[in-house]
Design a protein around this ligand. Structure first.
Ligand SMILES: CCC1=C(C)/C(=C/C2=NC(=C\c3[nH]c(/C=C4\NC(=O)[C@H](C)[C@H]4CC)c(C)c3CCC(=O)O)/C(CCC(=O)O)=C2C)NC1=O
Length: 161
């Protein structure tokens, strides 16, 4: 896993150079938003269950996914879906804190599309529910932090598509 700092330092190190001005700008932007990130992560962690519940209500509840024949039908599968939503939220929050998406590649997206395809988990529905979670999260943490979280929710969606 990388973060905004290691990723900038690593790319300077490969070239055997000190950080140039664009690398410094990246770090400055990251440090300037540090408090915003920590505050958003605190809000998200204390409201995680509500965020997931509202996102599911917005996107999946009463859809054909929860009816007989749907991929969320039966409590076991419903629970697996809720659990997956909670994984997406938690890992997007880690990535937002780190300012880098690599943790998503390593711990969430690696093999996920193949797993979903083999189990018949509908990917379009999943990305719709992640988009709903993006909106719910933004309404809770505010526009700036919401935009930052949006980067990582979108990253998960494009990794699944
Ligand atoms: C931390 C990283 C991590 C992720 C991301 C993860 C995902 C993950 N979701 C799974 C299943 C599942 N995922 C879903 C999800 C859904 N079905 C829908 O219709 C909805 C659209 C959607 C919820 C948004 C369902 C229903 C299953 C169970 C499918 C089945 O067993 O038939 C499985 C198969 C094994 C299992 O059932 O636990 C994995 C590995 N596991 C991990 O360790």
């Amino acid at each position: 896993m990388q973060d905004a700092i290691t990723s900038v330092i690593n790319s300077s190190d490969v070239q055997g150079k000190y950080l140039d001005s664009s690398a410094m700008e990246k770090l400055k932007g990251y440090f300037a938003t540090g408090e915003l990130r920590v505050r958003a992560a605190t809000t998200i962690s204390s409201n995680a269950a509500t965020i997931v519940k509202e996102a599911v209500a917005k996107s999946l509840l009463y859809s054909d996914s929860t009816r007989p024949g749907g991929n969320m039908y039966t409590t076991r599968r419903y629970a697996a879906c809720i659990r997956d939503m909670d994984y997406f939220l938690r890992y997007a929050t880690y990535a937002m804190l780190a300012g880098d998406p690599s943790i998503l590649d390593e711990r969430v997206l690696n093999g996920l599309k193949e797993t979903y395809n083999s189990l018949g988990v509908p990917i379009g529905r999943t990305t719709d529910s992640i988009q709903a979670m993006k909106e719910v999260t933004a309404s809770l943490v505010g526009a700036d932090a919401g935009k930052e979280m949006g980067v990582y929710f979108d990253y998960i969606c494009s990794g699944l598509s």
